[in-house]
Design a protein around this ligand. Sequence first.
Ligand code: ATP
Length: 241
Amino acid sequence: MTELLSVASLSVFYGANQQAVEGVSFAVPSGSVVALLGANGAGKSSIMKAVAGLVRGTGALTFDGERIDGLPARERVARGIVYVPEGREIVGDLTVRENLVLGGYNVPAATRRTRLEMVLELFPEIAGKANGGAWRLSGGEQQMLAIGRGLMAGPRLLLLDEPSLGLAPLLVRRVFDRLGTIRGESELAILLVEQNLRMTMRLADEIHFLRGGRLIGHKRAEDLKDETARQDAVDAYLGAA
Ligand code: ATP
């Protein structure tokens, strides 16, 4: 499998004394789902934002064979790197449909229409509410809208920041199953940030464990199929520092 994204020796600082990410290296192969797992404050969001171009880091980021770390965020979106933020950040005053159209502002109108249909088909829960205010949506529906808005931009790499946050397990399963469907139908790669190993296992091919801004372990999902292996990984990588 070829590498779509390569992150090499990435560090992220906030001010002179606050280092959030320290020398992190990993790759996202084309069409695969790679997860970053770690507790609050481990540096997961900072890595995502550095890839999206929303915070500055040091190190090398390569996407589709070209260096991107000098590019502004909008140029990375144009190349197919689309970030779905934690907390969703949908526009409550707009309708569901308007929020989706906003996500595809940079694509030709005909493509936008086709994608809108695709997204509404993928998430029938929000299709029925497309003309209503986005503020009316439940938490799970808001997450679907946020992902749908991301898909409107036509990503090759979707950066998903804690899509399970605040959702009941059943809804998380539903959202992850839909993402599995998109993967099955396209070449979309996903970089996923999560805290919950069990949920992550539903979607991820590989998992990197993160603590204190550093990568401390790596597993393939197939190595974590049995409960004992999973529990061992939780104890080793996700327990107290
Ligand atoms: P969470 O799930 O809580 O978002 P995370 O693993 O995504 O956690 P980050 O948000 O990347 O972690 O934060 C890593 C470290 O950087 C933390 O110590 C955090 O307090 C700090 N940090 C994050 N954003 C900023 C910021 N804008 N300014 C200063 N420090 C920050």
